[in-house]
Ligand binder design. Structure first.
Ligand code: CP
Ligand code: NVA
Length: 303
């Protein structure tokens, strides 16, 4: 069978996403039911950007599936000295069972995947964060009992919201994205999500209007990795795009608050919301592990 990659959520059908989330819930309830799909195998983890959750949850998940992880960075490999992505992919495919990659240009993971003989998983690029979206939908399912909800995403039109909108809309959630002018999500990604679902996808300016009657309030950093030189300007532009008690007050009383983390407390989210009773951010972080284990089980057992 042809190997499967997970570079964007569109690499899975909506039925396959549901199946993986179902499996993630089952293994979360009964961890000993995790199959040893990686027994004797090793997964490469190439990370060119910092990570806490993604790195550790993958390493733990790989171990629980019977495998080992080898942590790599481009600068320590011959990649950093000019060996091509294609040759690196061909060589690593001879040793490894799968590859997890976090890097800058989305094109680099596509190029790696096109030359690799093993499944390639996107652990975040500048454009997408599909593993995050799987954990996000698992968290919404657990806390809301299903996907028929209104999600309001407040902040930067970045990698996290790109993957969230692609997954959430296909599972039937409506999503309102409030962002400042010039920081909207990618138009092509939004158009693709709209063409693939009947869900409401609205891009707007006003965070209060977006948050009104929302079931889920979601935010992410104003300054993503690689944008550090724009920090001062972004802190000014995004000043009003904060999840705080006022914004929470216009959402539904049983609204949950989500953040992919790491949070910049006092910027995109206040302490009182992050630490308050509506916050599910640590359940969401835990779900990275369960969702990724189910994803690896799916990709490796379909080989
Ligand atoms: N949410 C997330 O991907 O976190 P890390 O950057 O810590 O992996
Ligand atoms: N948008 C953030 C997500 C971090 C998990 C970034 O790319 O830095």
């Amino acid at each position: 069978m042809k190997k499967r990659d997970f570079l964007t959520t569109f690499d899975l059908s909506s039925n396959e996403i549901s199946e993986i989330l179902h499996r993630a819930s089952a293994v979360k309830l009964n961890p000993s039911s995790a199959p040893a799909v990686l027994a004797g195998g090793t997964v490469g983890m190439l990370f060119d950007k910092s990570s806490t959750r993604t790195r550790v949850s993958f390493e733990v998940g790989i171990n629980r599936l019977g495998g080992n992880a080898v942590f790599l960075t481009s600068s320590d490999m011959q990649l950093g000295r000019g060996e091509t992505v294609a040759d690196t992919a061909r060589v690593l495919s001879r040793y490894l069972s799968a590859m997890v990659i976090r890097t800058y240009a989305h094109r680099s993971v596509e190029e790696f995947a096109s030359h690799a003989k093993i499944p390639v998983i996107n652990a975040l690029t500048d454009l997408h964060h599909p593993c995050q979206a799987l954990a996000d939908m698992l968290t919404i399912q657990e806390h809301k009992g299903g996907f028929g909800v209104k999600i309001a995403y407040i902040g930067d039109g970045n990698n996290v919201v790109h993957s969230l909108v692609q997954a959430a809309a296909r599972l039937g959630s409506s999503i309102y994205i409030a962002c400042p002018e010039g920081h909207e999500p990618d138009g092509g990604i939004i158009a693709h999500a709209r063409a693939s679902s009947t869900a409401e996808i609205v891009v707007m300016r006003d965070p209060v209007e977006a948050a009104r009657n929302a079931d889920v309030l979601y935010t992410d950093t104003w300054v993503s990795m690689g944008q550090e030189s724009e920090t001062a300007e972004r802190e000014r532009i995004f000043h009003d795009y904060q999840i705080n008690d006022m914004l929470l007050s216009v959402a539904r009383p049983d609204c949950i608050v989500m953040h992919c983390l790491p949070a910049h407390r006092g910027q995109e989210i206040t302490d009182s919301v992050m630490d308050g009773p509506r916050s599910v951010v640590f359940d969401q972080a835990e779900n990275r592990l369960h969702a990724q284990m189910a994803l690896m089980e799916f990709l490796l057992s379909s080989l």
